[in-house]
Design a protein around this ligand. Structure first.
Ligand code: 5GP
Ligand code: MG
Ligand code: MG
Length: 183
């Protein structure tokens, strides 16, 4: 795909890379204050959270460790089904750890709600969530998110890690995918 083809697949830019970095710096200051003196285990949800993890982790001044999980919500296209399967589990034992889940986006909330329950059952000292985006109008379940970047409209977005059919993840800004791409 060349730049012009990608351009044609995108509608408006919702959030720029600069706005994301500023927001992550703000969230990092809050996280540092809240976790003072405690070691944080950041758990990134592959693959969408790769960019958020990379930037948030480097914003945080205290020592952190990182681990990764890959989960899949059964179902095709742009809808999550809520039936979650672990594709790649954590390498770490969570016993006594302070876990901060790092997510790209909360849509229905079904994936994170399942993940929260799953990680909480492993003996962690605490499990909290940091998500860069949230679509309040798409919520099917309430997820207790401690750190949230941006509330956005109920539209399918790509960029900064977010894909459609594995494409567009490397776009720096987050933009609305033109419906002609998936309909
Ligand atoms: P949920 O279970 O909250 O409905 O959605 C979970 C996953 O669906 C997110 O972690 C993300 O991978 C994907 N998703 C939800 N909304 C969007 C969106 O607008 N754009 C992209 N690219 N992925 C999304
Ligand atoms: Mg995700
Ligand atoms: Mg995806």
């Amino acid at each position: 795909m060349d730049a012009r083809e990608i351009e044609a697949d995108l509608n408006e830019t919702l959030v720029t890379e600069a706005e994301i970095h500023a927001k992550l710096a703000e969230l990092a200051r809050r996280i540092e204050a809240d976790y003072e003196g405690r070691d944080i285990l950041l758990v990134g949800v592959l693959k969408g959270a790769v960019m958020v993890m990379a930037d948030l982790a480097r914003e945080l001044r205290p020592h952190v460790t990182m681990d990764w999980m890959a989960v899949s919500s059964y179902g095709a296209g742009t809808q999550s089904s809520g039936v979650v399967r672990i594709l790649k589990d954590l390498d770490s034992d969570l016993t006594g750890r302070h876990v901060l889940i790092v997510e790209d986006i909360i849509d229905s909330g079904l994936t994170l709600s399942w993940l929260l329950g799953n990680l909480r059952s492993r003996g962690a000292a605490s499990v909290e969530i940091c998500a860069l985006f949230r679509k309040p109008d798409a919520a099917k379940v309430e997820v207790p998110v401690r750190y949230i970047g941006f509330d956005i409209p109920n539209k399918f977005v790509v960029g900064y890690g977010l894909d459609y059919a594995e494409r567009y993840r490397n776009l720096r800004d987050v933009a609305v995918l033109a419906p002609h791409v998936y309909s």
